[in-house]
Ligand binder design. Structure first.
Ligand code: WTA
Length: 692
């Protein structure tokens, strides 16, 4: 371990830009900072020796080049992909500084390519045609399916041809509302093949949320299925879509075509709600189309997809990703963060409705010709051993999930894990929220039998791919730390005034320069893009996360510092939940905060003031929760409704959320100064009502 320790030491303080590179030069030459060995979990020498990045020095070399010569670094990688036409002189042009003009980011401008071609045709030409692209495991054990790269290309082309036949053209939006069937990645790839912009809506969102997104991006076609079974429950997705489409039509935003996949295992055709002329069964039309479809070549900066995500205020934001940089970035981060080998079987438990499913179920892995497992069901059905049953069945070697699942399985007990061999596992991954050290250790020791490194990947919908992530095999890990920045990423921790802090510190996590996978705008609202991400700390991209850096240069993410909460790895804006609550006729005002939750990471805690004269009741509590379910989705349902005769506000009327967070977590002795409140007595009232 001695040499490993030297490696870690040599990486100390690495990631803060140009200064860091000088520092790196100094420390590699022998200067070292002390480190506590008991913090560290070492990759085995066997793992490191076969790893793509086998040592901190190798990382250091590549990282240094990526910072000093980003154009050269990323051009070399981009050249491994197929470009109909190479990009122009300038590999990257960016303005991160609002004070100097509009924020803009461009990578590989002038390059002409297609990401679907690079995922499928290019890999088939390279000899992977008969390799399994997707394994599908159904909700019910025993139901499964698979597609090779050849077969996948055929299916994608048929759907692409269908979409063309109904008038979908380059630049048109297509909304996809599907569960984890193989048809979901197929639909994404079919869109990108023809230059259409997909917007996947997680199949847990309500009709209202779908309608909101449709109204914003105005798709020609919506793709869905009649129903899905998750665990023992049947969810009738088509009914939800139907309600959304009816609302959209009434609001002057009709959708012409609703392509519906008949998911026979969950529901029969006859009982599906249907609107003739608009709705059409996938199985009735798509298989009739040819299995060859010409690629629509697009500019590197043409849009690839829109994905709506929650912010601290207002309605969801349409995060827009473009083609070339996203392609290069997701492929590269996937390869290095999971130490990907062609023999791997890869399973990411995320749904394609979230960014993780875009970048690390569909695009990143398929750009690497990986075999990807897709699981339709719930991870604890029929029991808590299901994940490991699947791991053994398919010999999964890379398993990527969220801390919330780790914690819930940990609570159910080791016996469910130990029943299965899991010897195929090689690399584990975590995403979505900070992983607490105890869950990390359980994941590492019990699931991975203390031999599989964990890639705790920090990133966001906006970033397209990993920004801070371990490279397994490169260096020792610290449970709970996402370790070091990926190639080309220059993090900066800044203080309240926006001054960068060096060395061991904590503050707000920002990024100094662009990386290829960065989002380019918020759809239809570039001003909001600039205000939300680039104005708080001019000159930087502000992530919204708090972070600290330890003496060895490891990064520790501490959670959101804005009004966004992370519930079971799902990102929810407190403002959205509040606006759903106040739409209830008996709710006068609502304030929502996150509160620590043993399994979910954060729970949703809502303070609700009722309309004058309305008494609180259990029934009312239920109908308030129901309104959130129907406006956003079940995953956003408040865990607690706290009756609030009044809310703590400043004299200027601003709700003091700091105080609400303390009340929510019952930390009454940490309320701080309440004397500046307009009505200080509300605090005691709230405390008295805590358990009513
Ligand atoms: C949080 C999910 C700590 C963070 C990919 C971020 C994390 C938000 C991690 C983005 C991690 C994600 N450690 N926190 N490894 N990964 N987060 O857009 O607060 O759904 O800002 O993207 O999740 O959530 P989003």
């Amino acid at each position: 371990t001695d040499s490993h320790l030297r490696h870690v030491d040599s990486m100390a303080l690495l990631p803060s830009g140009a200064g860091a590179i000088q520092h790196l030069n100094a420390v590699i030459l022998g200067e070292a900072l002390a480190s506590e060995e008991n913090d560290l979990v070492f990759p085995s020498p066997g793992f490191s020796s076969q790893a793509l990045i086998s040592s901190p020095e190798k990382y250091g070399e590549m990282y240094r080049r990526s910072i000093e010569d980003p154009a050269g670094f990323w051009s070399d990688i981009a050249s491994e992909f197929y470009w109909k036409q190479k990009w122009g002189e300038q590999v990257c042009s960016e303005n991160f500084d609002v004070r100097k003009g509009p924020v803009s980011i461009e990578w590989f401008k002038g390059g002409v390519t297609n990401i679907c071609y690079n995922c499928l045709d290019r890999n088939i030409e390279a000899g992977f045609g008969d390799k399994v692209a997707m394994y599908w495991e159904g909700n019910e054990p025993g139901f499964d399916d698979k597609l090779t790269y050849n077969e996948l290309l055929d299916k994608v082309c048929q759907l692409a041809n269908y979409l063309i036949s109904v008038g979908v053209k380059k630049g048109d939006a297509v909304v996809i509302y599907l569960p984890m069937l193989m048809e979901l990645p197929i639909a994404m790839l079919a869109c990108s093949r023809i230059g259409a912009v997909h917007s996947v809506v997680f199949a847990g969102f309500s009709a209202e949320s779908i309608a909101q997104r449709i109204t914003d991006c105005k798709p020609k076609v919506v793709i869905t299925c009649n129903a899905v079974k998750r665990g023992a429950k049947v969810i009738k997705l088509k009914e939800i879509v139907d309600a959304a489409l009816t609302e959209c039509a009434q609001n002057g935003c009709p959708v012409d075509v609703c392509l519906t996949y008949d998911n026979k295992l969950a529901m029969d055709r006859e009982s599906t709600v249907w609107k003739d002329g608009r709705d059409i069964w996938w199985q009735d039309v798509v298989p009739k189309f040819p299995t060859k479809c010409e690629v629509e070549w697009v500019d590197a900066e043409d849009p690839l997809f829109l994905l709506y995500t929650s912010g601290s205020t207002g309605k969801p934001k349409g995060v827009l990703h473009t083609t070339g940089g996203y392609m290069v970035y997701t492929a590269t981060t996937f390869k290095y963060a999971f130490d990907y080998k062609q023999s791997d079987i890869y399973w990411c438990t995320a749904d394609c409705g979230w960014i993780t499913g875009h970048s690390y179920v569909t695009y990143g892995p398929m750009l690497n010709a990986a075999s990807v497992l897709i699981f339709e069901g719930a991870p604890t059905y029929p029991d808590s051993g299901r994940c490991w049953d699947i791991v053994d069945k398919y010999k999964v070697s890379i398993f990527y999930t969220a801390p919330t699942l780790v914690r819930s399985l940990m609570r159910d007990g080791d016996q469910y894990v130990k029943r299965y061999s899991r010897k195929s596992l090689r690399v584990l991954g975590s995403v979505g929220e900070p992983i607490n050290p105890s869950a990390w250790r359980w994941f590492y020791n019990v699931v991975g039998d203390s031999r599989c490194p964990i890639s705790d990947t920090w990133w966001q919908t906006e970033t397209g791919g990993f920004l801070i992530t371990p490279l397994p095999g490169a260096w020792p890990q610290k449970p709970g730390s996402a370790t070091y920045p990926f190639f080309g990423v220059q993090p900066a921790i800044v203080d309240e005034k926006g001054n960068e802090i060096e060395g061991e510190c904590s503050g707000y996590l920002c990024i100094k320069r662009s990386w290829p996978g960065a989002f380019r705008t918020l759809y239809g609202d570039h001003e909001r893009y600039e205000t939300t991400y680039f104005k708080a700390f001019p000159g930087y991209y502000f992530s919204g996360d708090g972070c600290s850096r330890d003496k060895d240069g490891y990064y520790w993410l501490t959670g959101r510092v804005d009004d966004v909460i992370n519930v079971s790895g799902h990102r929810i804006g407190t403002a959205e939940v509040e606006s759903a609550l106040v739409s209830h006729p008996q709710c006068a005002e609502a304030a929502v905060v996150g509160v620590e939750h043993e399994v979910k990471g954060q729970g949703i805690y809502a303070f609700v003031t009722l309309v004058e004269g309305v008494p609180y009741s259990e029934e009312l509590r239920k109908s308030l929760v129901a309104v959130v379910r129907s406006q956003i989705g079940a995953f956003a349902a408040p865990d607690k409704i706290h009756w609030a005769p009044g809310l703590p506000k400043t004299r200027s009327g601003k709700i003091m959320r700091r105080i609400l967070r303390k009340i929510a977590s019952r930390q009454y002795d940490e309320l701080g100064d309440t004397s500046t409140l307009a009505e200080p007595q509300v605090v005691q009232q709230l405390i008295d009502l805590a358990d009513v």
